[in-house]
Write a protein that binds this ligand. Structure first.
Ligand code: SF4
Ligand code: SF4
Length: 216
């Protein structure tokens, strides 16, 4: 019998055991991201089977400066807030504080520090699913509009499953209700545009957290 090919993508999800005990929502979010990442890996595999070559690489970040809107759902924003406040360390923490205080609409993403995503483990689904093939995006190029065929289509089965896993955070626990909400895209009206949010309040929260840490 032929060996079944191992599916691509992460085989285990990111864990924060103590924090997950404190915050019920965190496990839902991390599980949703795990499923999202599996879907992304599968999508990349399918594109590559058709001869396309993934252009996204570590250090490539024009997309984070080009996108005029970056949708994120309430649970994701809570995850970003928690991660920045309680987990983010140097060399990102200090420059991020300054950047969050100064961020305004039209700037690059508030979380892009020296060409690196400072919240990479907790970046939203929209960022995880945006993958471009064949050649890296030019500065100011949004490949979704300039060459749609080079942009990966997220696989609906994985996206829906990821949303479904996160639904209890929004009070939707019944299986049929979850399916109704997800399949009809009812959660999309909850998305906020990260480019339009006032991130100074997050910077203040981070500073309050830092002020509580005892100094040696
Ligand atoms: S989407 Fe474009 S700019 Fe962003 S990592 Fe991929 S190739 Fe680079
Ligand atoms: S959250 Fe991270 S990956 Fe997403 S746009 Fe901002 S810097 Fe880029």
């Amino acid at each position: 019998m032929p060996k079944k090919k191992k599916s691509p993508g992460p085989t285990s999800r990111l864990v924060f055991p103590q924090d997950e005990q404190k915050h019920d929502w965190l496990s839902l979010l991390l599980e949703g991201y795990f499923i999202t990442d599996q879907g992304v890996a599968k999508g990349i595999e399918l594109m590559e089977k058709q001869g396309a070559k993934l252009a996204c690489t570590k250090g490539c970040s024009h997309c984070c400066a080009t996108h005029r809107s970056i949708p994120a759902y309430p649970l994701e924003l809570i995850g970003v807030t928690w991660y920045c406040t309680e987990k983010l360390e140097e060399p990102f923490r200090t420059p991020l504080l300054t950047q969050l205080m100064e961020h305004k609409h039209g700037d690059a993403c508030a979380f892009l520090i020296d060409g690196v995503c400072s919240i990479h483990p907790l970046r939203p689904m929209a960022c995880r699913q945006f993958n471009v093939f064949n050649k890296p995006c030019e500065i100011d190029e949004d490949a979704y509009y300039t060459r749609r065929k080079d942009v990966m289509n997220p696989i609906k089965k994985y996206t829906n499953k990821a949303f479904s896993v996160m639904m209890p955070f929004y009070g939707v626990t019944d299986r049929a209700q979850k399916r109704h909400v997800v399949e009809n895209g009812l959660m999309h009206n909850m998305a906020k545009d990260m480019q339009n949010l006032n991130w100074a309040s997050l910077a203040r929260k981070m500073m309050e957290f830092d002020a509580q840490i005892p100094k040696n």
